[in-house]
Design a protein around this ligand. Structure first.
Ligand code: PLP
Length: 367
């Protein structure tokens, strides 16, 4: 049988996936046949998952209120962080909605989110029978706090903020959203699926240590350079995970909180290996590189007369004609449009200055 050529990233500008770290590839292969869904049987990968969640908690600001060992013994308090390695941001977001719905007692539960939320929340709403109320963003594509406050009511179980939006890379005003959520008796979830590995090196207020948020999505298989599938779901309180757990009579393990049953240990092992290799200095270097590159690229596009949105995290959104878009795609560039028709270029670890220079030369050739 002929083998298909492996994916190369040399013209991919539209994706939030990237080349995994070599250590992640190697670890993933070793754990391919393990199942972290049954940690009593697959203990080694179970321990790796605990370590991964602890590291994700550190990234996400849970480190400061983690009890030390003596406290744990004295109070029988274990955590935070609580969570697990999901199949990706979609599963983590669905599970955050499910946990909030299960913990609340609303007869007709709703989730309030800015219109910039990822489409996984539409899936969550459909699957879980929850109403998704999306509200307009402000002129700069961030959640509009007044619009969110006006949309919540006694049926609201979850208020969602995005820390690194999929289209514009914007960070919502998370402390304000958490306040609105808690005033109405709802939980607050932050979707940092893409931004979570970049934001620790910025001065944004986005994580558990900056605001009393309750849960977070933070995906190693995006900017964390793990292998796919490796998403992350974190809760401040154990009750968040408990609300997801079902009994698992035929397994050695007594209960399971993940949405999928059997899941690949490759995702967990890859995430652990990538974070051990890169947190924090490797991720910091990559954030600084991508941030500088995005700023340079936006400047090059503006000099050519294109309309470019302000860059917050390394996503460059530019207004290109349909003719240029099609011509670039014909030359092999993988590009996608935002809902409003703009072109979005995600500066992931595989995106280099050479690559963007080639892109600009091709763009110049279309004019
Ligand atoms: N949340 C955000 C902010 C995203 O950008 C994405 C994907 O791009 C997701 C969630 C969904 O993640 P996945 O595709 O890993 O399910």
């Amino acid at each position: 049988m002929q083998r298909a050529a492996p994916q190369t990233f040399d013209r991919v500008l539209s994706s939030m996936c990237t080349e995994p770290h070599p250590a992640a590839r190697e670890a993933a292969e070793r754990f391919l046949a393990t199942n972290p869904g049954d940690p009593a049987t697959y203990a080694e990968v179970g321990e790796l998952e605990t370590r991964t969640v602890t590291m994700l908690g550190e990234l996400a600001g849970l480190g400061s209120d983690r009890p030390n060992e003596a406290e744990v013994r004295a109070t029988a308090r274990d955590g935070p962080p609580h969570g697990y390695v999901t199949s990706g941001g979609t599963e983590a977001n669905i599970q955050a909605v499910r946990s909030a719905r299960n913990r609340g007692d609303a007869a007709e539960p709703n989730v309030v989110a800015p219109e910039s939320v990822h489409f996984s929340f539409t899936k969550a709403a459909e699957v879980l029978g929850v109403e998704l109320r999306t509200v307009p963003t402000d002129a700069d594509h961030r959640a509009d706090v007044d619009a969110v406050a006006a949309a919540v009511d006694e049926g609201t179980v979850l208020v969602v903020g995005v820390a690194g939006s999929t289209e514009y890379g914007r960070v919502d005003p998370i402390p304000e959203l958490a306040e609105i959520a808690h005033e109405t008796g709802a939980y607050c979830h932050v979707d940092a699926a893409w931004g979570g590995f970049l934001l620790p090196f910025t001065d944004h207020e986005w994580h558990f240590g900056h605001a009393p948020i309750d849960s977070m999505t933070i995906d190693p298989h995006k900017c964390g350079r793990a292998v796919i599938p490796a998403g992350g779901l974190l809760f401040r309180e154990r009750a968040g995970m408990d609300a997801l757990a079902v009994d698992t009579p035929y397994l050695e393990s007594a209960s399971q909180a993940s949405l999928t049953g059997t899941r690949s240990g490759a995702g967990v092992a890859g995430a652990a290996a990538a974070m051990e290799a890169l947190w924090p200095d490797g991720y910091r270097r990559e954030y600084e590189r991508a941030d500088g590159l995005a700023g340079w690229f936006a400047g090059e596009l503006r000099e050519r007369g294109f309309d470019v949105a302000d860059v917050e995290l390394p996503i460059v959104v530019v207004d290109l004609s349909a003719r240029a878009f099609d011509a670039l795609r014909d030359r092999g560039w993988r590009l996608s449009r935002t809902e409003s028709g703009l072109v979005r270029i995600v500066v992931m670890p595989h995106v280099t200055r050479e690559m963007l220079r080639e892109f600009l030369a091709d763009l110049d050739g279309t004019r």
